[in-house]
Design a protein around this ligand. Structure first.
Ligand code: BGC
Length: 361
């Protein structure tokens, strides 16, 4: 199974045409002489476990393997801190800055400043709208949403609910990824609402992907719907877990399928216990490696052809978009085999039995 996931990730890279060096066509020999030093600003540590447990780990792994200096910091969802960290990194001599923006406005200010100081820039995971990053490295985020919509639909079919009421817990309104995820799941679910096969229930966006707020929002949704919610499209595992906590309070967990994203330990445990329908696994190791390769090339004054661009207004941003994968109970073991989480983390006391049932040995 390990091979399966790796192959998919490789295909993701292949479809982008891989990363081929084009050499320095800028004539900027100064850049070519620089010793790479890469600064990374992560967004927070609460909206998803991934930033600290996966991104930091895999970015460090990639930078260490390449033998480059690096500085990875976390803005903890504070936009002022985000800008201060960026200023310190620029003053500290980074040659490339990789950011996961907290919103496009502050992201753009940071990217523009870096650019004006001759620092190379990369949008990591989230595209900064109207920004100036030289590259964008992420997953195909509309496909992430499509997998969530298809997953929810599959689980609702298995539950055999007639005309299910589906509630939405969307991601942060300031995160362009949340817009893309929604476009993806709407492409699957909207035709079902239109044909009256499904009923559109309450829909809310969760500010800053705040998991605690998501629980309050979902509780309100359940009240508004008089307890009649048959499926929850939650945009990531944190929001999904928030919904599950309220479903548990109402003894509805396991009856109402909930989606997720990020293959977090908690999300995988919820899937094994039957409380969560599915998650979307994004091989962050591949994302970190692609971004690291680009940052190092930029520091050396090289330009790489990613073979793909993403439109941001009139701008075509050279991009690497990797391929996400849907994970259900039977494929939780693939995420473990890929080294994203360990069996020990997932199969703790309460989950030993479920792990055995799901073939995790
Ligand atoms: C990322 C998701 C993450 C969410 C909350 C999104 O931009 O793509 O993986 O769950 O932010 O941090």
């Amino acid at each position: 199974m390990r091979k399966g996931i790796l192959t998919i990730a490789a295909v993701g890279l292949l479809t982008t045409g891989g990363l081929t060096a084009c050499g320095d066509d800028s004539g900027d020999k100064g850049a070519a002489a620089k010793t790479p030093k890469i600064g990374v600003i992560l967004p927070d540590s609460k909206s998803s476990a991934r930033w600290e447990t996966a991104d930091r780990r895999f970015l460090e792994e990639a930078f260490k393997a390449a033998g480059v200096q690096y500085d990875i910091q976390n803005a903890q969802n504070d936009k002022t801190a985000f800008q201060t960290i960026a200023d310190q990194m620029i003053t500290g001599g980074v040659t490339a800055l990789m950011i996961v923006n907290l919103d496009s406005g502050t992201g753009k200010a940071v990217l523009d400043k870096a650019k004006s100081q001759g620092v190379a820039t990369i949008d990591y995971d989230r595209l900064t709208l109207g920004g100036s990053a030289q590259y964008y490295v992420s997953f195909d985020n509309e496909t992430v949403g499509k997998l969530q919509g298809e997953g929810l639909s599959k689980c609702l079919t298995e539950k055999n609910v007639k005309n299910p009421v589906v509630a939405y817990l969307n991601g942060s309104p300031t995160d362009n990824n949340a817009t893309l995820f929604k476009a993806g799941y709407d492409s699957v679910l909207k035709p079902k609402f239109d044909s009256k096969e499904y009923v559109k229930g309450p829909e809310d966006a969760v500010p800053a992907w705040d998991n605690a707020q998501a629980a309050t929002i979902f509780e309100q949704q359940l009240t508004t719907a008089n307890g009649k919610i048959d499926g929850v499209l939650a945009a990531n595992d944190g929001l999904g877990n928030a919904a599950i906590s309220i479903l548990k309070k109402n003894k509805l967990n396991g009856k109402v399928p909930v989606t997720g994203q990020d293959a977090s330990t908690e999300g995988l445990q919820n899937i094994l216990a039957g409380d969560q329908c599915m998650t979307v696994y994004k091989a962050v190791r591949e994302e970190a490696k692609a971004a690291s390769d680009l940052a190092i090339a930029l520091a050396k004054g090289e330009k790489k052809d990613t073979g793909q661009t993403v439109k941001d207004g009139d701008r075509d941003v050279p991009s690497v978009l990797l391929t996400p994968k849907a994970i259900y109970k039977e494929s939780v073991k693939d995420v473990i085999a890929d080294g994203y989480v360990t069996k020990e983390e997932v199969c703790t006391a309460a989950y030993v039995k479920f792990c055995a049932e799901a073939g995790i040995s």
